[in-house]
Design a protein around this ligand. Structure first.
Ligand code: PLP
Length: 383
């Protein structure tokens, strides 16, 4: 453990995170290299952010070229590259979604999605799902399960109630004509890659239709191919009214997007939404590249194949079950996940935790290879 490095951060950065005792200076493909020269297999992917791995020359060339051509322009000026990124995104998303707006983080995308819903429906209640995570800003945190301990604001911007996850019967009772929207992650990432049932998701869709409420699907963590479909909700052929995505979207650069249906587009007037950095040309070039690369390299198939291998090989040692989908998986452990995370790190494997203390989370780059899974399986067996 390099105490010097941690000490440097401790001096000048707000200590909001419990950090792991390694310092990383470089990344190549699915591996991180530490300042003392260790190679670590990255099953965490910077919190689901590096779909194409690290140091991919073609990706870096595209960004670099765009930086030299036009580093920045705001939404005041229309850009071909922004239009292209938007239409590429729409081409891979549920068919009823017709327009997008670019912002900068998962929270900001959800904040705007919730605002659009409240504004459009003129209703004051939002339903979320127990154990959900939607972000840290005022509205996004309001619909995040258990945020009371860190919420901080004097009041929430709307009424919020939580539907117990996978409980369709209660969902039917709770979704009524007071509800502006139900916000839901098809696979609850922070909760440990807990995949909601098709029946539950379909109940939400049907009840929203029946009571003229909106269904907001948060694909911030599960989107951009991570579930084996571009967006996890496409595994069920369910069409949301609003969808958000972030994390993997820009291949590692910070960005997010809100998708809306045609109907909602008609309600948004000029000036209702805004963002200085959202939709900037460098990010848009990155988004376009990520989509093209996923297609060209057939990464959705890689995700499905690697998921199969993880399911076959990684129920071993302290792991007695696996939840989630694609490369957003939760390994269910028979003793505290944080202890297993530490042991794996000693074997040069980086994994993630979750809000469930007995779930170790895997969110590796989508270019993960069999050899990485074999190493994980062997290491789990040994600990
Ligand atoms: C499903 C989901 N929504 C929203 C967020 C918030 O995203 P950000 O940290 O980019 O604001 C996260 C972050 O983990 C997330 O997993």
């Amino acid at each position: 453990m390099n105490r010097d490095y941690l000490h440097k951060e401790e001096k000048s950065l707000i200590q909001a995170y419990s950090q792991l005792p390694i310092s990383v200076v470089q990344g190549t493909e699915c591996e991180l290299i530490t300042n003392d020269g260790k190679k670590i297999i990255d099953f965490y992917g910077g919190h689901a952010v590096v779909p194409l791995g690290y140091g991919l020359d073609e990706y870096l060339d595209v960004i670099n070229t765009q930086m030299k051509k036009l580093l920045f322009q705001s939404n005041l000026l229309p850009l071909d590259i922004r239009a292209n990124a938007a239409s590429q995104l729409l081409s891979i998303s549920p068919k009823n979604l017709k327009k997008v707006f670019f912002v900068n983080s998962g929270s900001e995308a959800n904040e705007n999605a919730l605002k659009i819903a409240c504004h459009y429906k003129k209703r004051k209640k939002i339903l979320s799902i127990s154990h959900a995570f939607h972000g840290r800003t005022a509205a996004a945190a309001a619909v995040t399960w258990g945020s009371e301990s860190w919420y901080g604001f004097p009041s929430k911007p709307f009424e919020v109630e939580f539907i117990p996850r996978n409980n369709s019967e209660i969902a039917r009772k709770m979704i009524n004509s007071d509800v502006a929207a139900v916000i839901v992650e098809p696979i609850q990432g922070v909760a440990g890659a807990f995949d909601l049932s098709e029946e539950f998701l379909r109940t939400i869709r049907d009840e929203c239709n029946d009571h003229s409420a909106l269904m907001i699907v948060d694909e911030v963590q599960s989107g951009m191919g991570r579930s084996g479909e571009y967006f996890a909700i496409q595994n069920f052929n369910i069409e949301p009214d609003i969808m958000t995505a972030a994390k993997s979207l820009g291949g590692g650069l910070p960005c997010s997007v809100i998708f809306i249906s045609n109907l909602l587009d008609e309600t948004i007037k000029k000036g209702d939404l805004g963002s200085t950095f959202g939709g900037n040309p460098v990010i848009c070039s990155a988004i376009e590249f990520v989509i093209q690369y996923i297609k060209e390299k057939n990464l959705l198939n890689n995700v499905i194949e690697r998921e199969k291998e993880i399911r076959d090989l990684c129920i071993t040692g302290p792991v007695n079950g696996i939840q989630g989908k694609g490369l957003l998986l939760g390994l269910i452990t028979d003793h505290p996940a944080h202890e297993i995370q530490k042991k794996l790190l000693k074997k040069n494997i980086l994994t993630g935790l979750s809000s469930d203390p007995s779930v170790l989370r895997l969110l590796p780059p989508l270019v993960l290879q069999s050899k990485h899974i074999e190493k994980l399986s062997q290491s789990l067996t040994e600990i």
